[in-house]
Design a protein around this ligand. Structure first.
Ligand code: ADP
Length: 408
Protein backbone atom coordinates (compact mmCIF):
# COMPACT_ATOMS: atom_id res chain seq x y z
CA UNK A 1 0.00 0.00 0.00
CA UNK A 2 2.86 2.44 1.01
CA UNK A 3 6.31 2.47 -0.44
CA UNK A 4 9.35 2.39 1.85
CA UNK A 5 9.81 6.16 2.24
CA UNK A 6 6.11 6.88 2.68
CA UNK A 7 6.04 4.34 5.50
CA UNK A 8 8.93 6.15 7.19
CA UNK A 9 7.08 9.44 6.95
CA UNK A 10 3.96 7.94 8.46
CA UNK A 11 6.00 6.30 11.24
CA UNK A 12 7.78 9.50 12.24
CA UNK A 13 4.52 11.43 12.23
CA UNK A 14 2.97 8.83 14.49
CA UNK A 15 6.01 9.11 16.84
CA UNK A 16 5.52 12.86 17.07
CA UNK A 17 1.79 12.46 17.76
CA UNK A 18 2.56 9.88 20.39
CA UNK A 19 5.04 12.20 22.11
CA UNK A 20 2.48 15.01 22.16
CA UNK A 21 -0.11 12.75 23.65
CA UNK A 22 2.40 11.57 26.25
CA UNK A 23 3.30 15.12 27.20
CA UNK A 24 -0.38 16.13 27.35
CA UNK A 25 -0.86 13.36 29.75
CA UNK A 26 1.79 14.58 32.27
CA UNK A 27 4.67 16.80 30.84
CA UNK A 28 5.07 20.60 30.82
CA UNK A 29 4.15 22.87 27.89
CA UNK A 30 7.74 23.39 26.70
CA UNK A 31 8.31 19.64 26.44
CA UNK A 32 5.11 19.33 24.44
CA UNK A 33 6.22 22.09 22.05
CA UNK A 34 9.71 20.60 21.51
CA UNK A 35 8.39 17.10 20.88
CA UNK A 36 5.72 18.37 18.50
CA UNK A 37 8.25 20.47 16.54
CA UNK A 38 10.68 17.54 16.37
CA UNK A 39 7.95 15.22 15.04
CA UNK A 40 6.85 17.65 12.33
CA UNK A 41 10.46 18.48 11.36
CA UNK A 42 11.34 14.80 11.08
CA UNK A 43 8.33 14.20 8.88
CA UNK A 44 9.22 17.16 6.66
CA UNK A 45 12.89 16.12 6.30
CA UNK A 46 12.07 12.50 5.44
CA UNK A 47 9.38 13.56 3.01
CA UNK A 48 11.64 16.06 1.23
CA UNK A 49 14.35 13.38 0.99
CA UNK A 50 12.20 11.19 -1.31
CA UNK A 51 14.06 10.38 -4.57
CA UNK A 52 13.27 12.47 -7.65
CA UNK A 53 12.18 9.53 -9.86
CA UNK A 54 9.40 8.71 -7.45
CA UNK A 55 8.18 12.24 -7.64
CA UNK A 56 8.32 12.21 -11.40
CA UNK A 57 6.51 8.91 -11.32
CA UNK A 58 3.83 10.35 -9.07
CA UNK A 59 3.46 13.37 -11.28
CA UNK A 60 3.23 11.16 -14.29
CA UNK A 61 0.48 9.22 -12.62
CA UNK A 62 -1.28 12.39 -11.91
CA UNK A 63 -1.03 13.76 -15.46
CA UNK A 64 -0.49 11.00 -18.11
CA UNK A 65 1.19 12.10 -21.36
CA UNK A 66 -1.02 11.95 -24.46
CA UNK A 67 -0.74 8.65 -26.52
CA UNK A 68 1.83 8.78 -29.40
CA UNK A 69 0.64 7.96 -32.92
CA UNK A 70 1.44 4.24 -33.76
CA UNK A 71 4.95 3.80 -35.21
CA UNK A 72 5.02 2.71 -38.89
CA UNK A 73 6.19 -0.89 -39.43
CA UNK A 74 8.67 0.18 -42.10
CA UNK A 75 10.24 2.79 -39.75
CA UNK A 76 10.51 0.48 -36.80
CA UNK A 77 14.23 -0.12 -36.15
CA UNK A 78 13.64 -3.86 -35.63
CA UNK A 79 12.03 -4.12 -39.06
CA UNK A 80 15.24 -3.09 -40.86
CA UNK A 81 17.17 -5.59 -38.70
CA UNK A 82 14.78 -8.40 -39.58
CA UNK A 83 14.72 -7.42 -43.27
CA UNK A 84 18.51 -7.67 -43.53
CA UNK A 85 18.39 -11.20 -42.14
CA UNK A 86 16.03 -12.26 -44.94
CA UNK A 87 17.86 -14.06 -47.75
CA UNK A 88 15.45 -12.96 -50.47
CA UNK A 89 15.25 -9.31 -51.60
CA UNK A 90 12.67 -7.16 -49.84
CA UNK A 91 11.69 -3.52 -50.47
CA UNK A 92 9.67 -1.16 -48.28
CA UNK A 93 7.82 1.55 -50.21
CA UNK A 94 6.00 4.69 -49.25
CA UNK A 95 3.61 5.05 -52.18
CA UNK A 96 5.97 4.27 -55.02
CA UNK A 97 9.13 5.54 -53.37
CA UNK A 98 11.54 2.95 -52.02
CA UNK A 99 12.26 3.84 -48.39
CA UNK A 100 13.90 0.59 -47.34
CA UNK A 101 15.87 -2.10 -49.17
CA UNK A 102 17.41 -5.08 -47.42
CA UNK A 103 20.93 -6.32 -48.20
CA UNK A 104 19.67 -8.90 -50.70
CA UNK A 105 17.67 -6.23 -52.58
CA UNK A 106 20.69 -3.93 -52.71
CA UNK A 107 22.82 -6.78 -54.06
CA UNK A 108 20.21 -7.46 -56.77
CA UNK A 109 19.15 -3.93 -57.73
CA UNK A 110 21.89 -1.60 -56.47
CA UNK A 111 22.20 0.86 -53.60
CA UNK A 112 20.76 3.75 -55.66
CA UNK A 113 17.22 2.29 -55.46
CA UNK A 114 16.61 3.74 -51.99
CA UNK A 115 14.76 7.02 -52.61
CA UNK A 116 13.97 6.07 -56.22
CA UNK A 117 10.62 5.15 -57.79
CA UNK A 118 10.09 1.42 -57.31
CA UNK A 119 9.02 1.07 -60.94
CA UNK A 120 12.44 2.21 -62.08
CA UNK A 121 14.14 0.07 -59.43
CA UNK A 122 12.39 -3.08 -60.72
CA UNK A 123 12.42 -2.48 -64.44
CA UNK A 124 9.89 -5.02 -65.61
CA UNK A 125 6.58 -4.46 -67.46
CA UNK A 126 4.58 -6.85 -65.24
CA UNK A 127 5.94 -5.20 -62.07
CA UNK A 128 5.27 -1.69 -63.41
CA UNK A 129 1.69 -2.62 -64.28
CA UNK A 130 0.92 -3.86 -60.77
CA UNK A 131 2.87 -1.16 -58.94
CA UNK A 132 1.14 1.62 -60.89
CA UNK A 133 -2.17 0.39 -59.53
CA UNK A 134 -2.06 2.22 -56.20
CA UNK A 135 -5.34 0.60 -55.12
CA UNK A 136 -4.11 -2.91 -55.71
CA UNK A 137 -4.90 -4.99 -52.67
CA UNK A 138 -2.25 -7.17 -51.09
CA UNK A 139 -1.11 -9.66 -53.71
CA UNK A 140 -1.19 -13.11 -52.23
CA UNK A 141 -0.50 -14.68 -55.60
CA UNK A 142 3.02 -13.89 -56.77
CA UNK A 143 3.50 -12.01 -60.03
CA UNK A 144 5.86 -13.66 -62.54
CA UNK A 145 8.78 -11.54 -63.69
CA UNK A 146 9.93 -13.45 -66.78
CA UNK A 147 13.46 -12.70 -68.04
CA UNK A 148 14.20 -10.68 -64.89
CA UNK A 149 16.83 -9.44 -64.18
CA UNK A 150 18.46 -11.17 -67.15
CA UNK A 151 17.06 -13.15 -70.10
CA UNK A 152 16.37 -16.77 -69.20
CA UNK A 153 15.79 -16.04 -65.49
CA UNK A 154 12.47 -15.87 -63.66
CA UNK A 155 11.70 -14.11 -60.39
CA UNK A 156 8.40 -13.61 -58.63
CA UNK A 157 7.13 -10.53 -56.78
CA UNK A 158 4.57 -10.38 -53.98
CA UNK A 159 3.08 -7.16 -52.62
CA UNK A 160 1.89 -6.75 -49.04
CA UNK A 161 -0.13 -3.54 -48.45
CA UNK A 162 0.23 -1.70 -45.13
CA UNK A 163 -1.73 1.26 -43.77
CA UNK A 164 -0.96 4.78 -45.00
CA UNK A 165 -0.16 3.71 -48.58
CA UNK A 166 2.93 1.78 -47.57
CA UNK A 167 3.82 -1.52 -49.20
CA UNK A 168 6.34 -4.30 -48.79
CA UNK A 169 7.58 -6.06 -51.92
CA UNK A 170 9.02 -9.56 -51.70
CA UNK A 171 11.14 -10.81 -54.59
CA UNK A 172 12.09 -14.48 -55.03
CA UNK A 173 14.39 -16.20 -57.54
CA UNK A 174 12.67 -19.11 -59.31
CA UNK A 175 15.38 -19.68 -61.96
CA UNK A 176 16.87 -22.76 -60.22
CA UNK A 177 13.42 -24.38 -59.89
CA UNK A 178 12.78 -23.75 -63.59
CA UNK A 179 16.17 -25.24 -64.48
CA UNK A 180 15.38 -28.37 -62.43
CA UNK A 181 11.98 -28.67 -64.17
CA UNK A 182 13.65 -28.26 -67.52
CA UNK A 183 16.20 -30.95 -66.66
CA UNK A 184 13.41 -33.32 -65.67
CA UNK A 185 11.47 -32.82 -68.88
CA UNK A 186 14.68 -33.00 -70.98
CA UNK A 187 15.44 -36.29 -69.25
CA UNK A 188 12.05 -37.76 -70.12
CA UNK A 189 12.40 -36.54 -73.73
CA UNK A 190 15.94 -37.96 -74.01
CA UNK A 191 14.98 -41.29 -72.45
CA UNK A 192 12.01 -41.61 -74.82
CA UNK A 193 14.24 -40.80 -77.77
CA UNK A 194 16.85 -43.37 -76.66
CA UNK A 195 14.17 -46.05 -76.35
CA UNK A 196 12.50 -45.15 -79.62
CA UNK A 197 15.63 -45.66 -81.72
CA UNK A 198 16.20 -49.39 -80.97
CA UNK A 199 12.46 -49.98 -80.89
CA UNK A 200 12.09 -48.58 -84.42
CA UNK A 201 14.93 -50.84 -85.59
CA UNK A 202 13.32 -53.92 -83.99
CA UNK A 203 9.91 -53.20 -85.53
CA UNK A 204 11.49 -52.49 -88.93
CA UNK A 205 13.38 -55.80 -89.03
CA UNK A 206 10.40 -57.80 -87.74
CA UNK A 207 8.21 -56.36 -90.52
CA UNK A 208 10.86 -57.09 -93.13
CA UNK A 209 11.14 -60.67 -91.92
CA UNK A 210 7.36 -61.04 -92.06
CA UNK A 211 7.30 -59.76 -95.64
CA UNK A 212 10.13 -62.04 -96.77
CA UNK A 213 8.39 -65.34 -97.28
CA UNK A 214 11.37 -67.02 -98.74
CA UNK A 215 14.32 -65.39 -97.02
CA UNK A 216 17.47 -67.45 -96.98
CA UNK A 217 18.58 -68.58 -93.60
CA UNK A 218 21.72 -66.36 -93.64
CA UNK A 219 19.60 -63.20 -94.11
CA UNK A 220 17.12 -64.38 -91.52
CA UNK A 221 19.96 -65.02 -89.10
CA UNK A 222 21.50 -61.57 -89.72
CA UNK A 223 18.17 -59.80 -89.15
CA UNK A 224 17.48 -61.77 -85.99
CA UNK A 225 20.94 -60.85 -84.64
CA UNK A 226 20.20 -57.17 -85.23
CA UNK A 227 16.85 -57.53 -83.46
CA UNK A 228 18.57 -59.22 -80.53
CA UNK A 229 21.27 -56.52 -80.31
CA UNK A 230 18.72 -53.70 -80.35
CA UNK A 231 16.54 -55.49 -77.78
CA UNK A 232 19.58 -55.89 -75.50
CA UNK A 233 20.37 -52.22 -75.90
CA UNK A 234 16.83 -51.38 -74.84
CA UNK A 235 17.14 -53.76 -71.92
CA UNK A 236 20.41 -52.10 -70.80
CA UNK A 237 18.82 -48.69 -71.13
CA UNK A 238 15.85 -49.73 -68.99
CA UNK A 239 18.25 -51.19 -66.37
CA UNK A 240 20.27 -47.94 -66.31
CA UNK A 241 17.13 -45.78 -66.15
CA UNK A 242 15.89 -47.76 -63.16
CA UNK A 243 19.34 -47.53 -61.54
CA UNK A 244 19.59 -43.78 -61.93
CA UNK A 245 16.12 -43.19 -60.54
CA UNK A 246 16.84 -45.47 -57.55
CA UNK A 247 20.21 -43.83 -56.92
CA UNK A 248 18.64 -40.37 -57.13
CA UNK A 249 15.89 -41.35 -54.73
CA UNK A 250 18.54 -42.46 -52.20
CA UNK A 251 20.58 -39.29 -52.67
CA UNK A 252 19.94 -37.85 -49.20
CA UNK A 253 20.05 -41.14 -47.29
CA UNK A 254 23.52 -41.62 -45.88
CA UNK A 255 24.62 -45.27 -46.11
CA UNK A 256 24.92 -46.91 -42.70
CA UNK A 257 26.34 -50.39 -43.43
CA UNK A 258 30.00 -51.14 -42.77
CA UNK A 259 31.51 -52.47 -46.03
CA UNK A 260 34.97 -53.46 -47.27
CA UNK A 261 35.82 -51.55 -50.47
CA UNK A 262 38.67 -53.96 -51.30
CA UNK A 263 36.29 -56.94 -51.28
CA UNK A 264 33.74 -55.06 -53.43
CA UNK A 265 36.37 -54.13 -56.06
CA UNK A 266 37.74 -57.72 -56.07
CA UNK A 267 34.23 -59.19 -56.53
CA UNK A 268 33.43 -56.78 -59.38
CA UNK A 269 36.69 -57.59 -61.20
CA UNK A 270 35.99 -61.32 -60.80
CA UNK A 271 32.50 -60.85 -62.25
CA UNK A 272 33.85 -58.90 -65.26
CA UNK A 273 36.58 -61.50 -65.84
CA UNK A 274 33.93 -64.23 -65.90
CA UNK A 275 32.06 -62.45 -68.71
CA UNK A 276 32.60 -63.27 -72.35
CA UNK A 277 33.85 -59.76 -73.06
CA UNK A 278 37.11 -60.02 -75.06
CA UNK A 279 38.60 -57.19 -72.94
CA UNK A 280 38.07 -59.09 -69.69
CA UNK A 281 41.56 -60.60 -69.91
CA UNK A 282 43.13 -57.09 -69.94
CA UNK A 283 41.87 -56.07 -66.49
CA UNK A 284 44.80 -55.88 -64.03
CA UNK A 285 44.17 -55.63 -60.27
CA UNK A 286 47.17 -53.69 -58.93
CA UNK A 287 46.40 -53.71 -55.17
CA UNK A 288 46.72 -55.97 -52.16
CA UNK A 289 43.99 -57.52 -50.06
CA UNK A 290 44.20 -55.14 -47.06
CA UNK A 291 40.58 -54.37 -46.13
CA UNK A 292 39.37 -50.77 -46.56
CA UNK A 293 36.41 -50.26 -44.29
CA UNK A 294 33.85 -47.57 -45.04
CA UNK A 295 30.14 -46.80 -44.63
CA UNK A 296 28.49 -47.78 -47.86
CA UNK A 297 25.81 -49.43 -49.93
CA UNK A 298 27.45 -52.60 -51.25
CA UNK A 299 25.28 -52.96 -54.38
CA UNK A 300 25.70 -49.30 -55.36
CA UNK A 301 29.47 -49.33 -54.81
CA UNK A 302 29.68 -52.50 -56.92
CA UNK A 303 27.80 -50.71 -59.68
CA UNK A 304 30.13 -47.68 -59.48
CA UNK A 305 33.22 -49.89 -59.75
CA UNK A 306 31.65 -51.87 -62.61
CA UNK A 307 30.73 -48.75 -64.62
CA UNK A 308 34.21 -47.22 -64.33
CA UNK A 309 36.09 -50.43 -65.22
CA UNK A 310 33.63 -51.27 -68.00
CA UNK A 311 34.13 -47.81 -69.58
CA UNK A 312 37.91 -48.36 -69.56
CA UNK A 313 37.33 -51.73 -71.28
CA UNK A 314 34.98 -50.12 -73.83
CA UNK A 315 37.02 -47.04 -74.71
CA UNK A 316 40.58 -48.35 -74.17
CA UNK A 317 42.43 -49.81 -77.17
CA UNK A 318 42.07 -53.56 -77.68
CA UNK A 319 44.71 -55.64 -75.90
CA UNK A 320 45.98 -52.73 -73.76
CA UNK A 321 45.78 -53.04 -69.97
CA UNK A 322 42.98 -51.66 -67.82
CA UNK A 323 44.74 -51.06 -64.50
CA UNK A 324 42.70 -50.96 -61.31
CA UNK A 325 44.39 -49.48 -58.20
CA UNK A 326 43.18 -49.11 -54.66
CA UNK A 327 45.20 -46.91 -52.34
CA UNK A 328 44.85 -45.70 -48.77
CA UNK A 329 45.44 -41.92 -48.67
CA UNK A 330 45.31 -40.91 -45.00
CA UNK A 331 41.64 -40.98 -43.98
CA UNK A 332 40.52 -41.83 -47.53
CA UNK A 333 40.64 -44.72 -49.98
CA UNK A 334 41.19 -43.97 -53.65
CA UNK A 335 39.98 -46.26 -56.41
CA UNK A 336 41.54 -45.45 -59.77
CA UNK A 337 41.12 -47.07 -63.16
CA UNK A 338 43.54 -46.33 -66.00
CA UNK A 339 43.18 -47.22 -69.65
CA UNK A 340 45.20 -46.72 -72.80
CA UNK A 341 42.69 -45.40 -75.29
CA UNK A 342 41.83 -42.40 -77.43
CA UNK A 343 41.35 -40.19 -74.35
CA UNK A 344 38.90 -37.31 -73.96
CA UNK A 345 39.41 -33.67 -75.06
CA UNK A 346 39.43 -31.22 -72.08
CA UNK A 347 36.24 -29.37 -73.09
CA UNK A 348 34.20 -32.57 -72.75
CA UNK A 349 35.46 -33.44 -69.27
CA UNK A 350 33.09 -31.24 -67.21
CA UNK A 351 30.03 -32.64 -69.03
CA UNK A 352 30.76 -36.38 -68.91
CA UNK A 353 28.60 -36.97 -65.84
CA UNK A 354 25.51 -35.36 -67.43
CA UNK A 355 22.82 -37.86 -68.33
CA UNK A 356 23.05 -39.02 -71.96
CA UNK A 357 26.16 -36.94 -72.64
CA UNK A 358 28.56 -38.73 -74.98
CA UNK A 359 31.75 -37.52 -76.61
CA UNK A 360 31.06 -39.61 -79.70
CA UNK A 361 27.49 -40.85 -79.92
CA UNK A 362 28.12 -43.44 -82.65
CA UNK A 363 31.12 -44.85 -80.78
CA UNK A 364 29.13 -45.10 -77.54
CA UNK A 365 26.30 -46.91 -79.31
CA UNK A 366 28.64 -49.29 -81.09
CA UNK A 367 30.07 -50.43 -77.75
CA UNK A 368 26.61 -50.72 -76.17
CA UNK A 369 26.78 -47.51 -74.13
CA UNK A 370 23.65 -45.82 -72.82
CA UNK A 371 25.17 -42.46 -71.87
CA UNK A 372 24.09 -42.99 -68.24
CA UNK A 373 27.09 -44.86 -66.80
CA UNK A 374 29.02 -41.86 -65.46
CA UNK A 375 25.85 -40.05 -64.31
CA UNK A 376 25.14 -43.10 -62.12
CA UNK A 377 28.78 -43.07 -60.92
CA UNK A 378 28.50 -39.39 -59.94
CA UNK A 379 25.31 -39.93 -57.91
CA UNK A 380 26.68 -42.99 -56.09
CA UNK A 381 29.93 -41.16 -55.38
CA UNK A 382 28.08 -38.13 -53.94
CA UNK A 383 25.92 -40.34 -51.74
CA UNK A 384 29.11 -41.83 -50.29
CA UNK A 385 30.78 -38.42 -49.89
CA UNK A 386 33.25 -39.43 -52.57
CA UNK A 387 35.26 -37.19 -54.83
CA UNK A 388 35.24 -38.10 -58.52
CA UNK A 389 38.12 -37.02 -60.79
CA UNK A 390 38.53 -37.68 -64.50
CA UNK A 391 41.92 -36.97 -66.08
CA UNK A 392 42.59 -37.67 -69.70
CA UNK A 393 45.11 -37.09 -72.42
CA UNK A 394 43.95 -37.30 -76.02
CA UNK A 395 45.67 -40.16 -77.82
CA UNK A 396 47.07 -41.61 -74.58
CA UNK A 397 44.28 -42.63 -72.27
CA UNK A 398 42.06 -41.83 -69.32
CA UNK A 399 42.22 -42.18 -65.53
CA UNK A 400 38.98 -42.11 -63.56
CA UNK A 401 39.32 -42.05 -59.78
CA UNK A 402 37.03 -41.76 -56.77
CA UNK A 403 38.24 -41.05 -53.21
CA UNK A 404 35.95 -42.18 -50.37
CA UNK A 405 36.23 -41.35 -46.67
CA UNK A 406 37.25 -44.43 -44.67
CA UNK A 407 35.74 -45.42 -41.41
CA UNK A 408 37.81 -47.58 -39.11
P1 ADP B 1 28.35 -44.54 -72.13
O1 ADP B 1 27.28 -45.49 -71.78
O2 ADP B 1 28.14 -43.85 -73.43
O3 ADP B 1 29.70 -45.14 -72.01
P2 ADP B 1 29.02 -42.96 -69.81
O4 ADP B 1 28.14 -42.05 -69.04
O5 ADP B 1 29.59 -44.12 -69.12
O6 ADP B 1 28.19 -43.36 -71.07
O7 ADP B 1 30.19 -42.08 -70.39
C1 ADP B 1 29.88 -40.88 -71.07
C2 ADP B 1 30.87 -40.65 -72.20
O8 ADP B 1 32.17 -40.42 -71.65
C3 ADP B 1 31.07 -41.84 -73.11
O9 ADP B 1 30.10 -41.89 -74.13
C4 ADP B 1 32.45 -41.61 -73.65
O10 ADP B 1 32.39 -40.71 -74.73
C5 ADP B 1 33.17 -40.92 -72.51
N1 ADP B 1 34.02 -41.84 -71.71
C6 ADP B 1 33.71 -42.41 -70.52
N2 ADP B 1 34.73 -43.16 -70.07
C7 ADP B 1 35.71 -43.05 -70.99
C8 ADP B 1 37.05 -43.58 -71.09
N3 ADP B 1 37.55 -44.38 -70.15
N4 ADP B 1 37.77 -43.22 -72.17
C9 ADP B 1 37.27 -42.41 -73.13
N5 ADP B 1 36.03 -41.88 -73.07
C10 ADP B 1 35.26 -42.20 -72.03
Amino acid sequence: MFDRLSSLVVALTLVAIAAILAALAGGDALAIAILAAAGVAAAAIVYSALPGTVIVENRAEAAPTPALPPISLLRHPDFALWADQEKEPLLGCDGNIVTLANDAAIRLLGRHIVGADVRTAIRHPAATEWLSNADAAAMLEPINLIDFPRPGQRWTMRIASLSGGQRILFLADRSAIDAADRMRSDFVANASHELRTPLAAILGYVETLQDMNEADSATRHRFLSIIEREARRMQQLVIDLLSISRVEADRFRRPTAQVDLTAIVRATIAQLKDSENPRAKDVVAAFDDAPLSMLGDEAQLGQLVHNIIFNAMKYGRADTPVTVELLREGPRARLSVRDEGEGIAPDHLPRLTERFYRVDEARSRSVGGTGLGLAIVKHISERHQGQLDIESEVGKGTRVSVAFPLNG
